[in-house]
Design a protein. Structure first.
Ligand SMILES: [Zn+2]
Lengths: 280, 360
């Protein structure tokens, strides 16, 4: 199914003016969207929805969505304040999508790739069965078509409402990535604000190249959990992209406006782009 | 035979739900003490309380809630990796360090021999006394712990030794240093690499299977859980404080998460449940550890005979298809059928009378 038909403006909804989540500046909403949701005052990269991410990353009109039949379900009969089954319906109504992941084929700076994107607006981009399965299938599609894969993450981690089924998606996605890598695959992980927990501790951290957007919160444990454990204030800039770069945890930081171009420059080095036999 | 053996008298840590058992035990011991000081024959009363103690223990343990099991999994007298190491394995050579940064005491790596079978033993280490526990961060590993485990797995691969992993962690350590050194990446790298370790990997959750911190050394050809262990995406307290906004709701969270061995097996997330002696592994630690050893022995013989490419393909498929969306209805139906039969739960009690289990 063509993704374009589903496209809706869902980022920074509401009024004419939007408030920057970092510096608090009031920005004309239309201007913020034109600037790819990056604050013109302070440069903060706001979280964008999965659809918007695809729109600003893929070459126009090239994205062909796959695996649209996957539907989440409540296999544990999980109930906290409301049943998980109801939460799913609410999230689906709010976002107009089945779950927190989009995947398909597209071109990025003219390079054919498989693109997978996590969507923070759907239950915090959390990874349950559907997200894990869709990622695994996307990786397998890349293996089958001998294409590189680019994965954008924005996620609070594994989805608690699916219990250890979510936990095992970490294993599933890593299994698929290992299979792909072993058969000559090439993967790029782009970490955006925020990416934590079971997502950073699985597929998002074992890709061949790791890119972060500026000032994105990226880590394993959330800052509040760490603060409560060590009972100390956290260092300035802790768990932000620049901190990770300094500690050797990511390969590069790339501005959103340069993301497509940068991905293209990296993809140009893949055997596929160099018209060489696919490495194995 | 237990009939003539005194009931265990350690300075036992009593869990709240165990109090009725403890009351009977205390009464029994009073009678036993009295019997040594008086000429009266108290053997009938003593016999009565012994029976009652056994029956009550069986009853209480037959009806544990998920939260009770979490408590049992954390019981201070429950056997730890270090106990398994000492009790089951011989010819131990502990190997320290990740080769880059440090030696994380929260993960033990050790060349070890189980009933004549040479292998690499890896396990979360919690520590028994306070000093020990602090040095192990209560079983919460840092990145160097995961990297140490991976490094030793590569060694095992070169030596052709199978790997046994004992899981017992509340979760990976949440701290500044851990994040600086790439906690997420260390765990991810282990999960990723374990799919290509060309020797059998056998995993037993012996206590707590806390999230990614557990999974980081738990990609195995066989993954089993002891009956009263738990395995989950998050601890009940962590889940309660996020979803209920109060850690006090941990009992509800424990139920909701389906974290018990039985639930995990029913959902198709682990291969097998190893039954514990009646009253839990903390009551009969040696018996519990021997049961684990029996299963390990069988798997070692089974998996070491599988050609390595076939082994890796099966390991990949198992986790690739875990909780498979399309197969899930099938898996659920199958699990329900198994639940009726309890066929695949390995329960030595089913074969031998429970009275025959030697007390520790
Ligand atoms: Zn701003």
């Amino acid at each position: 199914m063509a993704w374009g038909r589903l496209r809706r403006k869902r980022d920074m909804p509401g009024g004419l003016w939007s408030k920057c989540k970092d510096c608090g500046a009031l920005i004309y909403t239309k201007e913020l969207a034109e600037k790819l949701h990056v604050c013109p005052k302070c440069g903060f990269h706001h979280t964008v929805s999965g659809r918007r991410r695809i729109e600003i990353t893929a070459d126009p009109g090239t994205f062909e969505e796959e695996f649209t039949d996957l539907q989440p379900r409540d296999r544990l009969d999980f109930v906290d304040t409301i049943p998980y089954a109801e939460k799913l319906v609410l999230a689906q109504e709010k976002t107009g999508q089945a779950d927190a992941c989009f995947a398909g084929t597209c071109r990025i700076a003219d390079h054919p790739v498989v693109l997978a994107v996590l969507d923070f607006s759907f239950m915090g981009g959390s990874m349950g069965e559907v997200v894990g399965e869709k990622l695994a299938r996307a990786i397998e599609l890349a293996e089958e078509k001998k294409l590189p894969i680019v994965i954008f993450s924005a996620s609070g981690g594994a989805r608690m409402h699916e219990g250890a089924i979510s936990l095992m998606q970490m294993a599933k996605t890593c299994a698929a990535l290992q299979h792909y890598r072993h058969n000559g695959g090439f993967s790029i992980s782009v970490l955006t604000n925020p990416t934590t927990g079971g997502v950073t501790a699985s597929f998002a951290s074992v890709c061949d190249v790791m890119i972060a957007e500026p000032k994105a919160l990226i880590g394993f444990a959330g800052p509040r959990v760490i603060k409560n454990t060590i009972r100390q204030d956290l260092p300035e800039g802790f768990q932000r992209s620049e901190f990770l770069l300094d500690k050797g945890q990511v390969d590069l930081i790339t501005l959103r406006e340069q993301m497509t171009e940068t991905l293209g420059r990296i993809l140009a080095y893949t055997p596929h782009a160099r018209k060489q036999p696919y490495a194995s | 035979m237990v009939k003539n053996e005194p009931a265990p008298r350690p300075s036992h840590h009593v869990l709240p739900f165990e109090q009725p058992i403890e009351d009977v035990r205390r009464r029994l011991h009073e009678l036993e003490d009295l019997a040594t000081q008086t000429a009266h024959d108290l053997s009938e009363e003593i016999e009565f309380y012994r029976d009652r103690l056994q029956r009550l223990t069986r009853e209480v343990y037959a009806d544990l809630t998920p939260w009770h099991r979490v408590q049992v999994a954390r019981h201070p007298q429950r056997p730890l990796t270090s106990d398994y190491m000492r009790h089951l394995f011989t010819d131990l050579v502990e190997l320290h360090g990740d080769g880059y940064f440090g030696d994380d005491k929260a993960i033990l790596t050790c060349l070890a021999t189980l009933r004549g079978r040479r292998l690499l033993l890896i396990g979360h280490r919690k520590g028994r006394d306070t000093k020990d526990r602090l040095s192990c961060h209560f079983g919460s590993a840092h990145p160097e712990g995961y990297r140490k485990a991976l490094r030793k797995m590569h060694l095992a691969e070169r030596l052709g030794l199978p790997v046994v992993c004992l899981i017992n962690t509340p979760g990976a350590y949440p701290g500044v240093g851990a994040e600086e050194r790439g906690q997420a990446r260390a765990i991810a790298e282990n999960i990723f690499q374990m799919f290509r370790i060309r020797v059998p990997i056998l995993v037993v959750v012996i206590g707590e299977g806390g999230s990614g911190g557990a999974l980081g050394i738990a990609i195995g050809d066989r993954v089993a859980m002891l009956e009263n262990s738990w395995y989950s995406v998050i601890s009940p307290e962590g889940c309660a404080s996020i979803l209920w906004r109060s850690a006090e709701r941990k009992e509800e969270a424990a139920t909701a998460l389906k974290l018990t061995a039985g639930d995990m097996h029913r959902l198709g997330l682990v291969d097998e449940v190893i039954a514990e002696p009646v009253g839990g592994a903390h009551r009969h630690p040696h018996e519990a550890m021997e049961r684990v050893a029996d299963r390990l022995e069988e798997w070692l013989d089974q998996f070491c005979a599988v050609p390595v490419d076939q082994l890796l393909e099966a390991r990949y498929r198992k986790f690739r298809d875990i909780a498979n969306l399309e197969a899930s209805a099938q898996v659920a139906a199958q699990a329900a059928a198994e639940l009726d039969q309890e066929a695949s739960v390995h329960d030595p009690d089913a074969e031998t009378a429970p009275e025959e289990h030697p007390a520790d």
